[in-house]
Write a protein of this length. Structure first.
Length: 274
């Protein structure tokens, strides 16, 4: 039995959320062959929509490693504290930076995020070679009302006015893990703040310990720099052809892009289809 870990955006689905039929067949065939399949994503559970669960998954790692679930059982869940949430929300509002709170119970956008975020989400889609989309297209279940002081938050993402906003957030919140996404360095579109000292690799270790499984039986798939620790940790690391140069350089195998049946081809190459 193999433990298969799939990044979601750019790996299982494209950057417009489209799920290739060949990816569905790959997951279902692998599970029928006795393997376990988990998504391993920056998304919180509220962003894992029914179309993904419906293909048949054994569970998920979410929030870039803050949450682990196996067949409905919560194995591990680390949250930012209510006090940390309050401080971050106050800091972002004072700087007039729009944000959204990521919780397993929902996505909660600041009142102006739906308006101000559209241009950023459009640029994010454009960089992935996709058609423009709005905030409401990208996050169909997001609400834009408080309360924003919450006790169930995995991480907080915010629109960067400039890269300096990320640097300032990193300095202001040393007790949290600061990151960026949607681009590298000065080209980043979003910043985020989450639980310190968590990674996808650490979450996989927690899952394996719970399952009594061996790291030697792990296979990971990803497309972005944030996925590199996961691919390094697992026995076999597969990069999508649509991924960045850094992850392709370190991967054990590079498949085709998500829209070119990359997942199915890699499952077939690795003998995971039974």
């Amino acid at each position: 039995m193999k433990i298969i870990l799939l990044d979601v955006d750019g790996t299982l689905v494209d950057y417009e959320g489209r799920l290739p039929e060949s990816a569905v067949r790959a997951v279902q065939a692998a599970r029928a062959a006795g393997h376990r399949v988990y998504i391993c994503t920056g998304r919180s559970k509220a962003e894992v929509y029914p179309n993904l669960w419906d293909i048949g998954l054994d569970g998920m790692i979410g929030g870039n490693g803050s949450y682990v679930e196996d067949r409905g059982h919560v194995v591990m869940h680390q949250l930012i504290t209510p006090e940390q949430c309050r401080r971050v929300v106050d800091w972002l509002q004072a700087r007039d930076l729009d944000f959204y709170l990521e919780s397993n119970n929902g996505l909660f956008g600041s009142p102006k995020f739906a308006l101000r975020g559209d241009s950023v989400v459009e640029e994010y889609a454009r960089r992935g070679g996709k058609e423009p989309m709005s905030v409401r297209d990208a996050f169909p279940t997001m609400t834009f009302e408080g309360p924003f002081y919450r006790d169930d938050v995995n991480k907080i993402s915010f629109v960067l006015g400039s890269f300096q906003d990320y640097l300032d957030a990193q300095a202001a919140f040393p007790d949290l893990k600061a990151g960026t996404w949607g681009g590298k360095g000065e080209t980043a579109l979003f910043g985020d703040l989450g639980v310190k000292d968590i990674t996808k690799a650490h979450a996989i270790a927690c899952l394996l310990d719970y399952l009594g499984a061996d790291r030697a039986d792990t296979v990971a798939f990803g497309d972005a720099k944030v996925d590199i620790p996961m691919l390094e940790y697992c026995q076999v690391g597969v990069a999508m052809g649509s991924g960045g140069p850094e992850i392709k350089a370190m991967a054990d195998y590079v498949t085709s892009g998500v829209e070119e049946d990359g997942l199915y081809r890699a499952f077939e190459h690795l003998g995971l289809l039974g």
